[in-house]
Write a protein that binds this ligand. Sequence first.
Ligand code: ARG
Length: 395
Amino acid sequence: MGKGTVVMAYSGGLDTSICIPLLKERYDYDRVVTVAVNVGQRDEEIAVATEKGEKFADTHYTIDAREKFVNAYLFPAIRANGSYEGYPMGTALARPLIAEEVVRVALHEGAKTVAHGCTGKGNDQLRFDFIFRIAGLEVIAPIRELNLTRDWEIGYAKEHDIPVPVAREKPWSIDENLWSRSIEGGRLEDPAYHPPEEIYGWTVAPEKAPDTPEVITLDFLKGVPAGMNGDAMSGLDLIQGLNLIAGRHGIGRSNMIEDRILGLKAREIYEHPAATVILAAHADLEHLTLTRQELAFKRMVDDKWSELAYMGLVHEPLFHDLNAFITQSQEKVSGTVDLMLYKGCCRVLGRSSPEGVYSDDLVSFDSTTLDQCHAIGVSAYYGIQARLIEERKKR
Ligand code: ARG
């Protein structure tokens, strides 16, 4: 008799695959239950995870969490203009949801222990652990605890007849969800190395994108996208469709040095075509519909929201408070944005909203609704302290 059942977040990749025999041989569990959570990875990846989970684990679950991911994680991220060090974060948004689904299975299976295949160097270990520990579960992370390297893992996988999905010359570690695709590892770990074209899966090279621009229209309702080119669409359909359209135009590539939670700097490549377009449109619409005061304050709130989301601290009370503010702030953020997609760039062409804090009648060169003479009095006082000091210097 061993230690009973352990439930593990499973991707079908090398790390999580070798964890199945490790949890039995090194940790003495009798039953390993694997959970693959579909947050918008390629169909093929989900199929591989399902097939390998069914073959190597004692029980396997594949859970389609895409709708939940859109509504509970991506919509809040859009309202918050969620970005980390300049890119639309994606992995960070999916991890808490994956962990929550694993917790649900653990409760269902009566397991007190859960596992994940994260290394001890990245962010994901902390994001997973936080959700698991809040649920009162014990956490095992074999790769981290046994300090394993890729080479050792490949050898161990071969001994256990586990197919090794990474070739030694193309050892990219890829993480995909509806919002972004991340590529790291291998030669990319040299920050000076130019990423080869083959690592990209969602976007064409901007210079190879069509010579004809494409104009699209996005409709927003209270801060989230609700339709494209005049057709009402679910968030899921819209994001999937827009990933294809914007990806064809080479939009949404990032190649950067990122500061991880633990302080390590890492070289990261991302693809996020739909996210780039939606966030650009959303931010633009906020500029039409929110006041200057709202915009300035919300920028700070968005920054803090993004920091907590990146850290995976989605149950931090402040995160709930910020979400309440952000949701309230989006009541007026409805309208339409036209964008041009062309060779890696996405430009807003125009926007409109019934809620706009804009009056052409007031601002127009051609209107006399506002009496310009009223500004003379304002101007007399304008910058008066600075003017006084400058005058004194001249004396
Ligand atoms: N650095 C990103 C993050 O922490 C993405 C990491 C994705 N992992 C991967 N194996 N590609 O959010």
